[in-house]
Design a protein around this ligand. Structure first.
Ligand code: GLN
Length: 490
């Protein structure tokens, strides 16, 4: 009987793979797929039978890791990233690598050597899946896998999750290991999880949210413990009651700065429905102010580009990836040297733009006005959040002041994840190479700058029939709290 079941299981998996490949032809979500041999070695554990796609900037030993860049097109990592090791040892089935914007830089998954990702919600309409983790979101939305991993530096999980109508968690900074993940901007980069339900995300978070001595930015076990205790205490105020249906005691903050002029009205409408539903169950909805929010986007692009320019310096044609040699007899003292030729050919235009922006912000002339100024803004943004949450920030060694807002601080914040629904792939926004694309991140970068957990939860469809997402943001280390509220909303 068991053998028969196994045989059926094996066939089921083969059939799944075929369906997966067929779907992929339309949406271009996966750029490499695992061989059947690698997949058959799937073990037992809490995630057995869970199929996972991994963003292509996370190292896997059995498939290439191209970061969607010509620079790393043929790069094979000799090792698995910690998150991949953890998934494998929990029994997950890693089916393939997901398309993304080059090195994670972008909001629409159009800057990829593998071509753009088509949003699976209605592939014929050819809309963007969002970025940079567009392939990860599309693969989950299309049912090609149960779960996917992405990375989020300034919104790259939440934005595609919102555009594709799936759940996406950007965890607290430092809670999931970045070892084996290709760096974009180290002080902001987080590995996160996407799935169709908050419950599934929570399950995978249980496996991945562990201390890793190999990641120098990993939160220590002591800090995790401190956060977990403070957050559980704070959740006691409402979680036990919520089992009975009432949300009495849950305080949700709506940040008034998160409704910029660019926000489309049908997005506000969807948020309104979520708020009404929460209020009708007894949750208290409180308007709050995060006054430094308007400066977050500029500060983010200065800091992220500065760190990116430094990280991209390792791709020099000597150590890793592509190498373009000058033609014989060329004057290598001029631009025809290996370094310049390799970088001109190996990096796409958006990555080149970030290198220039970042290198400029770090020059002696611009440093004070750009880089330092952006760091100051980052500090103000952190302070804004710390003032409104009920839980004190466990990373602050000094005693933080009592929350300033009404009724002892809010448990979570709720706001729209994106200013619009998925833009069509031939939209002016995508053709335009200017700042328009950067504005897509206006609602997601503040939590990134502050290192806070933020969860996109699908909130129905807008007037145009496309998915809308709302974000739940919590204090550092309160990822579980954000997910508990996410489960209530979903
Ligand atoms: N869109 C943002 C950027 O291009 C965020 C990217 C990300 O989170 N990886 O920088």
């Amino acid at each position: 009987h068991l053998r028969a079941l196994n045989i059926l299981g094996y066939h089921a998996r083969l059939i799944t793979s075929q369906a997966t490949y067929d779907k992929n032809a339309d949406i271009n979500a996966l750029v490499f797929t695992a061989s059947e041999t690698a997949r058959k070695s799937v073990g037992t554990g809490p995630l057995r039978e869970v199929s996972v796609a991994v963003k292509d900037n996370i190292c896997t030993s059995d498939m290439p890791t191209s970061c969607s860049s010509p620079m790393l097109r043929n790069f094979h990592s000799p090792f698995d990233a910690t998150v991949v090791q953890l998934l494998r040892s929990a029994g997950a089935d890693i089916i393939g690598k997901a398309n993304c914007d080059e090195f994670g830089m972008g909001s629409l998954n159009v800057y990829s050597v593998h071509g753009p990702v088509v949003n699976p919600h209605e592939p014929n309409e050819r809309r963007s899946a969002g970025g940079s983790s567009g392939g990860s979101a599309a693969a989950v939305a299309a049912g090609m896998c149960d779960v996917s991993l992405g990375t989020d530096t300034g919104g790259s999980i939440r934005l595609p999750a919102a555009y594709c109508g799936v759940v996406g968690l950007k965890p607290s900074y430092g809670v999931i290991s970045r070892w084996g993940v290709v760096s974009f901007a180290d002080s902001l980069d987080c590995v996160g999880i996407m799935a169709r339900s908050v419950k599934q995300v929570q399950r995978v978070f249980g496996t991945l949210g562990q201390y890793d001595y190999r990641d120098p930015s990993a939160a220590t076990p002591e800090t995790r413990e401190k956060a977990s205790q403070a957050c559980s205490r704070s959740m006691q105020e409402w979680l036990s009651i919520s089992q009975g249906g009432s949300l009495q005691g849950l305080r949700i903050g709506i940040p008034q700065e998160y409704f910029p002029a660019e926000l489309s009205s049908s997005i506000t409408e969807s948020l309104r429905h979520v708020i009404d539903a929460l209020q009708s169950r007894g949750a208290q909805v409180i308007p709050v102010s995060l006054p430094s929010t308007p400066y977050a986007l500029s500060a983010y692009y200065v800091i992220a580009s500065a760190e990116a320019s430094s990280n991209m310096a390792r791709y020099d044609g000597v150590e890793y990836g592509l190498r373009v040699d000058p033609p014989p007899g060329a004057d290598t003292t001029k631009t025809a040297n290996v370094y310049a030729l390799t970088r001109s050919k190996g990096f796409g235009k958006e990555v080149q733009r970030r290198i220039l922006l970042g290198a400029y912000a770090l020059t002696a002339d611009a440093f004070d006005n750009y880089f330092l100024q952006a760091q100051r803004v980052r500090k103000l943004i952190r302070a804004d959040f710390n003032k409104i949450f009920h839980v004190a920030n466990p990373l602050n060694s000094t005693h933080s002041p009592e929350p300033q807002s009404e009724v002892r601080g809010v448990h979570v914040l709720l706001h729209p994840s994106a200013i619009r629904t998925a833009p069509p792939l031939d939209d002016a926004l995508i053709r335009d190479d200017g700042l328009e694309a950067y504005v897509q991140d206006v609602l997601t970068v503040p939590a990134s700058l502050a290192g806070l957990p933020a969860l996109n939860v699908p909130a129905g469809l807008a007037e145009d029939g496309w998915p809308v997402g709302v974000s739940v943001v919590a204090q550092w280390g309160c990822d579980e709290m954000a997910m508990e509220v996410g489960k209530i909303i979903q």
